[in-house]
Design a protein around this ligand. Structure first.
Ligand SMILES: Nc1nc2c(ncn2[C@@H]2O[C@H](COP(=O)(O)OP(=O)(O)OP(=O)(O)O)[C@@H](O)[C@H]2O)c(=O)[nH]1
Ligand SMILES: [Mg+2]
Length: 299
């Protein structure tokens, strides 16, 4: 399957939902309302869905307007909304050496898998990543990252179970090999209501700053695409507590809520670095507004 087909396939649940509301209908008020509802169900967000529906109602579509034209129109509008939130995260060189990247988010959102996927992309483009297993709560978490480090064939730094995450991160950066030009730190999942765990994350950040005041150069929040609008409160908490430079939404392959990126960017104005569309190493795609907009409409 080609790359675009793979992305399109991942968004099949979302696009089918929207397509059903468009298929073979004449463009009248009921049609507009159905599209608006379908967009809301796809997690596009209430305001944006209403605005998009309104735009359709203002267009003088002819009687012969095809479903394809309506979809193309929506895809263009969505692309315009998302274009400002593309990033050059995977485009080659880093501004710092090493580039220090902290990966955060609540439990089970896909942090560890995504760290591996990012390392895989960087390695393929000639970088030499070091992974840091700073989720020291569970031995299994370290083993999971070790497994990925072997698969991707990159260096990894681990500590004993229950050891201090901040201490491990400090040592990992301090003792890292000079050939490691990018350091990816996997952290433990923390629910947004566990302020003690969020404090620990703040500590990790402080410790990184002791070694390099400009770091972490990117703090990436991982969000689960299945979460729906509840993702917003997660972003809010992490944004206020430690700051977020980029978002990656995972598991978009398993949900009809593929529109989530639209409401997230509208509200938080944070770049989307990539999207997760499967469990394999190559299932992380740098975010491209046009590709995404077409995929959620199935075109
Ligand atoms: N379908 C699908 N599954 C994913 C994706 N990303 C991650 N997963 C799966 O989601 C589950 C949790 O992923 P992890 O990477 O362990 O998540 P985590 O955030 O590190 O979890 P904790 O460390 O426990 O907080 C695993 O079974 C992954 O294979 C994705 O893009 N698509
Ligand atoms: Mg993990």
């Amino acid at each position: 399957m080609g790359l675009l087909d793979k992305i399109k396939d991942a968004f099949r649940k979302t696009s089918e939902k929207i397509s059903t509301s468009i298929a073979g209908k004449k463009i009248d008020e009921i049609f507009i309302q159905e599209i608006e509802d379908a967009l809301i169900t796809a997690d596009v967000g209430v305001e944006t869905s209403a605005e998009l529906a309104k735009k359709i109602s203002h267009i003088k579509f002819s009687r012969e307007t095809s479903d394809a034209e309506v979809k193309q129109f929506l895809a263009n509008e969505i692309c315009t909304l998302l274009k400002p939130y593309e990033s050059n995260f995977f485009d080659g060189s880093f501004a710092h050496n090493p580039e220090i990247i902290l990966v955060v988010g609540i439990n089970g959102n896909g942090k560890t898998t995504t760290v591996a996927k990012i390392a895989n992309i960087f390695k393929a483009s000639g970088h030499n990543p070091l992974l840091v297993a700073a989720d020291t709560f569970r031995a299994a978490a370290t083993d999971q990252l070790k497994y990925w480090a072997e698969r991707v064939d990159v260096n990894i730094c681990v500590g004993p179970e229950k050891s201090d995450a901040a201490g491990l991160v400090y040592d990992a950066i301090k003792l890292s090999n000079t050939s490691n030009d990018v350091i990816l730190i996997d952290t433990a999942g923390r629910m947004q209501n566990r302020s003690d765990l969020l404090d620990e994350l703040e500590k990790v950040k402080r410790v990184i700053k002791k070694l390099d005041d400009s770091a972490p150069h990117k703090t990436i929040m991982i969000l689960d695409g299945l979460t729906g609008q509840a993702a917003h409160s997660q972003v809010e908490t992490f944004l206020n507590k430690i700051g977020i430079d980029g978002i990656i939404v995972t598991k978009l392959d398993g949900t009809a809520k593929g529109g989530a990126l639209i409401s997230l960017t509208r509200k938080y104005k944070i770049p989307i670095l990539a999207i997760g569309i499967g469990e394999n190493l190559d299932d992380l795609k740098p975010f491209n507004a046009e590709e995404y907009s077409r995929a959620i409409l199935g075109i």
